[in-house]
Ligand binder design. Sequence first.
Ligand code: DNO
Length: 350
Amino acid sequence: MKMTFRWYGENDPVTPQKIRQIPTMTGIVSAVYDFPVGEVWSVESINKIKSLANQNGLEFEVVESVPVHEDIKLGNENAKRLIDNYCENIVRLSKAGVKCICYNFMPVFDWLRSELERTQPDGAKALAFNQNTVLSMNPLTSNLSLPGWDESYTKDELKELHNKYSKVGENKLWENLEVFLKAVIPVAEESGIKMAIHPDDPPWSIFGLPRIITCEENIRKFLKLVDSESNGLTFCTGSLGASVGNNLPKMAKEFAERIHFVHLRNIKITEEWSFEEVGHPSRCGSLDMYAIVKALVDGGFDGYVRPDHGRMIWGEEGRHGYGLYDRALGATYLAGLFEAAEKEAGRRYQ
Ligand code: DNO
């Protein structure tokens, strides 16, 4: 297992200098942010991240994300050119030493929360999702500010996109995903890159848009679309765990060999379809973090791990979910779980 930490680039107040001081940290997880979605990243921009990481004793082996352009998900006439660009990014990243690429296939919106600063009993501020609030939101008319939404569309563009997706239901989205994978995975194989799809967060349809990477059955289907080690998963416990039907330890064990990257965080399910983010340890929320880590290790997982979203504690302010303190606490807790599970399994602990 390699413990890593997400870094949002030079404007991120959580600097590589700080990240390297977190015990067990081996590398940063980052991306090039200065090119529009769908375009080829410059070698200079890629190498800059690598050298900033390396100067601080950290590796740059995981990219999160190389975003998939909406036209690929819609499968329209621009898809071919954009997929070619995607392949070129894979080749360029592999030349810079990247080994794993995280991406998602969620239409329009990435991860979604209805509240960004819910105050918890101990005074920490955390992200939360309430289904009723989300059902009452209309992204086409309201001024939404969503934490995971990297692209900012104008209202008209959003309406147009929404219209286009009205013709793309789940089946068509699966087909478009298959087209993407059949083009991209052979390039990843040749480049020694493991592709790791991120599950949909939350793992159900929102705003009438289809979502398909949601549960055990669909993940099994996804892995069969292209049965290659390079076609793998980002196992995000907070995303999959929001659905009460998902048995995370079972899924972790079954899919372990195809899991290349793990996002570990705990959530507390407050009612069906609603949850809030909590501290990483099992006793803080609804997920049994040790059972999940143990299942991964017992299943043979030996990839990259990062502590996912932290709460804002000790007065820290910054990017929602991505402050320093709570994620750092999470990293050391999670490293402890891995040490225990790996030793118990008779594997060398690194
Ligand atoms: C949220 C993240 C996601 C993730 C993308 C992967 O905190 O886990 O935004 O980076 O879905 O493409």
